[in-house]
Design a protein around this ligand. Structure first.
Ligand code: NAD
Ligand code: FE2
Length: 405
């Protein structure tokens, strides 16, 4: 038996934010990030709508990008003082993910972070609060997913929390919130969404329900992402739906080793002054992983189907895989995303010399590979890499060399 779970309600389209007026409850805590939602006037609107719904409202602001375990614990403490029956998270993937983890700790104060990370092992939530997620970036789709990514900075590792218990009750997908996104954020989050859709389609947990969503999302992202990056408003709006469909697909079909590698390289070089931003990491690793996975016959066939839906041509599956890789690399060029870690600048843009020194990468390679294999996303990848293969694959992602194994 397979399970397919989504939020009870998805409000979408311009002005969908107003749906907040219909929530029923006594107290709502709003969780948000560093200020983009306040500056855009959206935070005020959320507060007003919730008050109009008759709720007492409290704010928990300042959730950082790639949120830490410490932030999660602080937020849970604020919740336990205020006792909300609604948690309303607004912003990019970071504040929404953090609020999901806070929710677990609020409902079960004795839970440790290690407990939360047991895949599909959470106790029943909703004994104290329901959860509404409002996304302001077009990529993570955390407003509809069963995932939350929290970083343990002591270990330099991002951990996915995965359980349908944290699939939000209500998702609000209002494209107006995304109009203020700077170009780089559009590029990175958009390629995150493309990676979600492609990994979900070739995942070993794919099914008819997720396939339909993944393929349609891929077609929409192909049509809209670069145009959205170049400030076409209709395409920006389309991307907000596309990433949400991709999220519905991967929340149920799971992901693969592009994400395993992104999770394990994202924060591990933070002591050299920067993160490898999640979406950019995915964009760089995706073509390499496609070449690696295509050695699996079923995965190769599925990449061929993707190439067909994208009208890339090719007369057999080998050619189609190559054309898909070529197309995705061209998208990276159009979006000003580097092709490899060696050329990944501390600002996320292509650079002659990236911020991760070669000797540091090689020194940490063994552990990164071992951790990537253990990541929750590895199990559903169509081809299971050995330690040696994962190290080779990561090297290809560092140097931008061809994957021929
Ligand atoms: N839960 C999931 O299913 C899932 C899936 C993929 C990634 N993730 C995680 O999500 C996080 C990344 O989330 P993200 O890419 O949405 O970015 P983010 O939430 O980290 O935000 C990045 C920056 O963009 C700003 N920002 C957000 N919305 C904006 C807007 N509309 N206008 C202007 N600025 C805006 C934020 O203030 C922040 O400074 C990572 O930690 C990643 O690992 C989660
Ligand atoms: Fe992602």
């Amino acid at each position: 038996m397979a399970r397919f779970t989504l939020p009870r309600d998805v409000y979408h389209g311009k002005g969908a934010l107003e749906a907040l007026k219909t929530l029923e409850g006594k107290r709502a805590i709003i969780c948000t990030g560093g200020g983009s939602m306040r500056r855009g006037g959206f935070l005020q609107k959320v507060e007003d709508y919730l008050k109009e719904a008759g709720m007492e409202v409290e704010l928990f602001e300042g959730i950082e990008s790639d949120p830490s375990v410490e932030t999660v614990m602080k937020g849970a403490e604020a919740m336990s003082k205020f006792q909300p029956d609604w948690i309303v998270a607004i912003g990019g993937g970071s504040p929404i993910d953090a609020a999901k983890a806070m929710w677990i700790k609020y409902e079960y104060p004795e839970t440790t972070f290690e407990d939360m990370c047991k895949v599909f092992g959470l106790p029943k939530l909703r004994t104290k609060a329901h959860f509404c997620a409002i996304s302001s970036t077009s990529g993570t789709a955390t407003e509809v997913t069963a995932f939350s990514i929290i970083t343990d900075y002591n270990k330099g590792i991002k951990y996915p929390i995965a359980d349908f218990e944290i699939t939000p009750d209500v998702a609000i997908v209002d494209p107006e919130l995304t109009h203020t996104m700077p170009h780089k954020l559009v590029a990175h989050t958009g390629m995150d969404a493309m990676t979600h859709a492609i990994e979900a389609y070739v995942s070993t947990a794919n099914c008819d329900y997720t396939d339909a969503l993944a393929i349609h999302a891929i077609e929409m992202i192909q049509e809209s992402l670069v145009k959205s990056y170049n400030d076409d408003e209709a395409s920006r709006d389309e991307m907000h739906n596309a990433q949400c469909l991709a999220g519905m697909a991967f929340s149920n079909a799971l992901l693969g080793i592009v994400h395993s590698m992104a999770h394990k390289t994202g924060a591990v070089f933070a002591d050299y002054g920067a993160h490898i931003i999640h979406g950019a990491a995915n964009a760089m690793y995706l073509p390499k992983v496609i070449a690696f996975n295509a050695k699996d016959p079923e995965a190769k066939k599925r990449y061929g189907v993707i190439a067909d839906y994208m009208h890339l041509g090719g007369s057999n599956d080998d050619e189609k895989v190559q054309l898909l890789i070529k197309y995705l690399r061209k998208m990276n060029d159009d979006l000003n995303i580097p092709h490899c870690i060696k050329n990944y600048g501390s600002d996320g843009l292509p650079a002659e010399n990236g911020f991760v020194p070669e000797e540091v990468f090689l020194e940490r390679l063994h552990d990164i590979a071992a951790n990537a294999i253990l990541d929750a996303c590895t199990g559903s990848n169509p081809r299971q890499p050995s330690q040696e293969e994962m190290e080779k694959l990561l090297k290809c992602c560092y140097y931008d060399t061809e994957v021929d194994f």
